[in-house]
Design a protein around this ligand. Structure first.
Ligand code: MG
Length: 252
């Protein structure tokens, strides 16, 4: 935001964060909010190999790095090189916790597609267990802007809709900086996230405004410095492959 706009905001009493998002603070899950423009990201690509310092969370063969939310063994289905959500079994989380990270994850939504809007290929990547980057089949699928794939769910829509068709492999490359809380639990610095969807920028150092909630305004609650990564069971058999993560040095 430029200086003159900042001054205008101050004069008008407009919250800067709201102004930065286009001058209007949209309510969560608003169907009136402008939809992200469609961009063709190019053809499906082979898996992106992990760099040497990455922790491989899933290489296509086993779920040893994962468990269910209640700490029982992971129940999702591993097939040839991918894992598929077993609908109704619950969400799956990493055994270890993470803070600031770079995450690579590949996913494919069911083909042929079933359902509409949020019921089509819905899953999610929950950073630190609480901050969802939405996974959805956004190919010719109308939903609310902050519910598309690549959205910080319920908060910030993706900059563009860079979907490939259902059944094709898609990628997320995510850079996440965790929130910092003071000794009293107050937010000292909110979390921030950058997301590339199929190599296309969809979140550009976006401030996360709190824990992911459905159809409500997000708020923070304090939590540990490291928490598991969760993949969401939203009752759709979405697939994942080639999941790796790099722990980032803490920036102060
Ligand atoms: Mg979801």
């Amino acid at each position: 935001m430029n200086r003159s706009l900042l001054v205008l905001c101050a004069l008008a009493g407009v919250p800067v964060a709201a102004a930065a998002q286009g001058g209007k603070a949209w309510p969560p899950n608003s169907l009136d909010r402008p939809k992200p423009p469609v961009v063709d990201p190019g053809p499906e690509r082979p898996p992106v190999p992990p760099p040497s310092d990455a922790i491989v969370l899933f290489d296509g063969t086993d779920l040893s790095q994962w468990q269910m939310r209640d700490s029982t063994p992971a129940k999702w289905i591993v097939r040839a090189g991918y894992v598929e959500v077993a609908p109704g079994t619950g969400s799956m989380q990493t055994r270890r916790g993470f803070g600031d990270v770079q995450l690579h994850i590949e996913w494919a939504t069911p083909n042929p597609p079933h359902g509409d809007s949020q019921e089509r290929g819905n899953s999610g990547v929950f950073l630190m267990s609480h901050y969802e980057i939405q996974v959805l089949d956004g190919w010719h699928n109308i939903t609310y802007a902050d519910g598309y794939q690549g959205a910080v769910y319920g908060q910030t829509p993706p900059l563009v809709n860079a979907s490939r068709p259902p059944g094709q492999w898609q990628t997320y490359d995510i850079v996440f900086h965790r929130p910092r809380f003071g000794p009293d639990g107050a937010v000292v610095r909110p979390a921030r996230v950058t997301v590339l969807h199929n190599g296309v920028l969809v979140q550009d150092n976006t401030e996360i405004t709190g824990w992911t909630v459905h159809n409500a305004v997000a708020h923070y609650r304090p939590h540990a410095d490291r928490l598991p990564l969760i993949l969401q069971d939203h009752e759709n058999p979405t697939r994942f492959r080639n999941i790796w993560i790099r722990e980032l040095a803490e920036q102060e």
